[in-house]
Design a protein around this ligand. Structure first.
Ligand code: ACO
Length: 432
């Protein structure tokens, strides 16, 4: 794979080891430490994986310093402008943009899998009406494995493909029903005459009593958001999906684990947190105080929608969403004072030494909530929207991992700093 190597020497023993270095097609090279423990009795220490490539992948590339994001080599800006979410799904899953015939076949397959087993509906009634929709998503998506036994053999490529199509196809139905349940409205069945995004909108906002008309501005805005959220290489939820999958768990269980991880406010839950924060700020006059709080090391408050583990520049997705924010709000005739607060907050934060020195810029979640709100998505459904878009990325990574021969189970090690061996003390003799 490579003739390059790195030499690691240990100051205590003077021992030296040569470690192979592999080059990617672009981006940083990696040092292969797989034999380090066997050869030297040392582990590496990297909590939060700041310098660790956990796998080899051909799906998505990010240059965090330059603010570049490529799906299978295609810049996100071009895909957001010219492609559709389903086409991006095909690209991420199969590696190339589809021909017309390939796309028609893929679209047909996704469309034929949009319904869910009737028995799955019963799960919703088991939840409290005020359950967070992400809690419902974790439960119901995990439960799919109890209904689709015919596609659970992860070693069978046809099973994997059917499961992948099922997950992409059923996710809008499952997500919309988590909203309908809270509303106390009847669940609608998918309408296969509609496109992927249009069908989801009807499932969300339609009612059986009347026809639902899709607003093309809303559909386009959502389509774009789904494209922007479709994949982001080895983020926390995708790494969770890979780790779960490395044990041989079925894809429905793995994606359910990914949804649970996405829910956290440091990850996909940030879009919900941003809107709550903007609502709390309320007006431009209160921005200063909010920035001061976020800069105070003794205050746990962070500016939600700012900062990113990988991007040390403007998140390219945030740039696209920021631009479409105005268009969408104008086209819908929405005058949301929160957009003004967000724009001024960004402007002020980016002039602050604190944010400049730490390279903290708006991330994808900073503006997405404003668009989601404008198109009528309730705040507690924001992270569900993220999960809907990200489903294909999770599956593409799961597929890539399973296809790789001899993928070992993910099993990190640790630096143990607990007690050394000691003898059990009977309760009567314990001091306390
Ligand atoms: N507001 C204020 N300070 C921040 C912020 C923020 N949003 N983000 C990071 N910092 C500060 C940290 O306090 C730290 O300061 P220090 O050096 O004085 O200790 C420094 O910047 C580095 O921050 P880390 O937490 O080490 O950065 P990390 O890469 O681990 O975290 C994260 C990235 C979790 C995204 C963080 O920036 C954050 O919490 N942001 C707010 C939540 C958010 O928007 N999450 C969405 C991320 S995008 C996504 O998942 C889709």
């Amino acid at each position: 794979m490579s003739n390059e190597h790195a030499t690691l020497s240990f100051s205590d023993s003077g021992k030296q080891v040569e470690l192979p270095v592999y080059k990617g097609s672009i981006g940083p090279s990696v040092v292969d430490i797989r034999k380090l423990y066997k050869d030297t009795d040392h582990f590496t220490f990297d909590p939060g994986f700041l310098s660790t490539a956990s796998c080899e992948s051909k799906i998505t590339y990010i240059d965090g310093e330059k603010g570049v994001l490529l799906y299978r080599g295609y810049p996100i800006e071009q895909l957001a402008q010219h492609s559709s979410h389903l086409e991006v799904c095909y690209l991420l899953l199969y590696g190339e943009l589809p021909t017309k015939d390939e796309f028609d076949q893929f679209q047909r397959s996704i469309t034929m899998h949009t319904m869910v087993h009737e028995g799955l509906k019963n799960f919703y009634n088991g939840f409290r009406r005020d359950a967070h929709p992400m809690a419902i998503m974790v439960g119901v998506v995990g439960a799919l494995s109890a209904f689709y036994h015919d596609s659970l053999d992860i070693h069978n490529p046809e099973h994997r493909e059917v499961s992948a199509h099922r997950l992409i196809a059923k996710m809008p139905t499952i997500a919309a029903w988590s909203y309908k349940f809270a509303q106390g409205q009847p669940f609608l069945y998918p309408d296969n005459r509609l496109g992927y995004v249009e069908n989801f909108l009807r499932l969300m906002f339609g009612v059986p009593a009347q026809d639902y008309e899709v607003n093309p501005v809303v559909a386009k805005a959502l389509e774009r958001l789904f494209i922007l959220h479709a994949d982001h290489e080895q983020n926390a939820s995708t790494s969770t999906v890979r780790l779960a999958g490395s044990s041989g768990a079925n894809p429905f269980a793995c994606i359910s684990a990914g949804i649970g991880t996405l829910w956290g406010p440091a990850h996909g839950g940030a879009n919900e947190a941003v809107l709550k924060m903007l609502a709390e700020i309320g007006s431009v006059g209160n921005i200063e105080n909010c920035i001061r709080r976020s800069e105070n090391p003794d205050d746990p408050f962070r500016l939600m929608g700012f900062g990113h583990r990988v991007y040390k520049n403007y998140d390219p997705r945030a740039k696209i969403i920021r631009e479409s924010c105005h268009d969408v709000l104008n086209a819908l005739g929405v005058d949301d004072p929160m957009l003004e607060v967000a724009l001024r907050l960004e402007e002020k934060a980016l002039k602050e030494d604190y944010f400049i020195s730490r390279k903290l810029y708006p991330n994808v979640d900073f503006y997405s909530g404003i668009i989601l709100k404008a198109i009528g998505i309730p705040i507690n459904m924001f992270t569900v929207m993220f999960a809907l878009g990200r489903t294909v990325g999770w599956i593409a990574h799961w597929m890539e991992m399973i296809k790789e021969p001899n993928t070992p189970i993910g099993r990190p090690r640790q630096l143990y700093t607990g007690p050394t061996p000691r003898d059990y003390v009977p309760v009567a003799r314990r001091k306390g």
